[in-house]
Design a protein around this ligand. Structure first.
Ligand SMILES: Cc1cc2nc3c(=O)[nH]c(=O)nc-3n(C[C@H](O)[C@H](O)[C@H](O)COP(=O)(O)OP(=O)(O)OC[C@H]3O[C@@H](n4cnc5c(N)ncnc54)[C@H](O)[C@@H]3O)c2cc1C
Length: 384
């Protein structure tokens, strides 16, 4: 609903076109190779290269710097479609938008031009907030950046970093003044090839095998002061603003996975017969699929609202938490029910829903767990 009270659930012609392009890409380029990358755990370079040619790894980079300059709402349309094809690949593509967000929020024109331009030219990036002992509690990080003349000395290690092994640069959160806690954190752009930056081996994960996740260690890395985003002390605020932007497209990925599980379930429930009739005509199974469809649609609406609020310049912290928690939990439920619809075949990896259920779980964990989203909702409800 807009401020003047008008409501529209329709997409513009341009938005329909963007959605269709992403849909075609997911169906023609991603879905056919999803099983291969799930099984091989390789990084899907051929798909990423094609995505780069279409500008999909630089969706949020402003047009002035060579990117697509999409609105956040348009990004969520794309994210849902890509995740329908494979959420591992959509995460590998979408993480670039996450990594660019601190630059978009707090970067200078020069920083946007250089790093946005590099992304538009085919470089990849990673977002380094989480540490071995601090994930949900962002303020609990231990990485430090100590000022030394015209540069900072960065020390610390970052855990579970998506795209770590393939990124050309990272946005990194560190304390410039640990005694100030929330007001002592800052954010920097750090090039992967600088001395003292090292990257671990990709972790072996439950799902989303096409997306690589590894540890990044910074040991006495000399970071020029020109790579500080904004000013010292605003890092925590940047991280919170990033969440408001990044949660809607992440939640849209959950919608895409859930939609795929629903589509596969409808198809299977028409083909598979027991007691002489298709599965969907057994009321319990028909209702199960109906519940799946309701949850997919409700998730999508929350995601659209949360993204639209950002584009409209409204505070969307609660809306983003609603969308992220609801869509992630619904995705887990819908994919689990899809395995149920498929019966024994659903448990076999040669059928698509087994992968969907494994891939779904991460949506309840990254970009703030489902519990943390509820904490945010409680905080927002009771501070009024
Ligand atoms: C595949 C993958 C990719 C990732 N990619 C990135 C990335 O690119 N960049 C990045 O910075 N991070 C990334 N992460 C990290 C991710 O954001 C964190 O794992 C997540 O925020 C949870 O933090 P944690 O693992 O430390 O769990 P913890 O914070 O230790 O939480 C453990 C459990 O306790 C619950 N819990 C904790 N505190 C509370 C509380 N106060 N109230 C209620 N429940 C609570 C949590 O919900 C969770 O269930 C990634 C993680 C994974 C697994």
């Amino acid at each position: 609903m807009s401020k003047n009270g008008s409501v529209s659930f329709g997409l513009t012609e341009e938005q329909v076109m963007i959605q269709q392009l992403a849909r075609d890409f997911a169906r023609n380029e991603i879905a056919p190779v999803a099983e291969h990358y799930d099984k091989s755990h390789e990084f899907p370079w051929p798909v990423i290269k094609k995505a780069q040619e279409m500008g999909l790894t630089a969706m949020s980079v402003p047009e002035d710097y060579g990117g697509l300059g999409l609105s956040l709402f348009e990004e969520t349309l794309v994210a849902e479609e890509l995740a329908w094809g494979c959420s591992g690949m959509s995460t590998a593509i979408g993480v670039n938008g996450l990594a660019f967000s601190p630059i978009l929020i707090a970067g200078s024109d020069e920083q946007k031009k250089e790093y946005g331009g590099r992304m538009a030219d085919g470089e990849l990036a990673g977002y380094c907030a989480t540490e071995p002992e601090a994930g949900s509690d962002v303020a609990g990080i231990k990485t430090t950046a100590t000022k030394n003349g015209d540069h900072y000395i960065l020390n610390g290690s970052k855990m579970f970093i998506t795209g770590a092994t393939v990124a050309n640069y990272y946005t990194v959160f560190a304390y410039t003044d640990p005694s100030q806690r929330y007001n002592g954190m800052s954010c920097f752009i750090v090039d992967r090839d600088w001395e003292g930056v090292s990257v671990g081996k990709p972790f072996d994960k439950m799902g989303q095998h096409a997306s690589d996740t590894a540890e990044v260690v910074f040991e006495d890395v000399k970071v020029p002061a020109s790579h500080l985003l904004g000013q010292e002390g605003i890092g925590f605020m940047i991280a919170m603003k990033v969440f408001d932007r990044s949660r809607p497209p992440t939640a849209a990925g959950a919608v895409g996975v859930a939609q795929r599980a629903l589509d596969e379930s409808i198809q299977y429930a028409k083909e598979r017969t027991t007691w002489g009739k298709p599965l969907w005509q057994h009321q319990v199974m028909g209702h199960m699929v109906a519940d799946m469809a309701m949850q997919v649609e409700a998730s999508r609406m929350l995601v659209w609202k949360a993204a639209w609020s950002v584009d409209a310049g409204e505070r969307n912290t609660t809306a983003a938490a609603f969308a992220k928690a609801y869509a992630a939990d619904a995705c887990m439920k819908v994919t689990t029910d899809a395995v149920q619809v498929f019966g024994g075949y659903g448990y076999m990896s040669e059928y698509p829903v087994e992968k969907l259920m494994r891939d779904a779980k991460i949506f309840q964990i990254y970009e703030g767990t489902s519990q943390i989203q509820r904490n945010i909702v409680v905080r927002e409800l009771f501070r009024k």
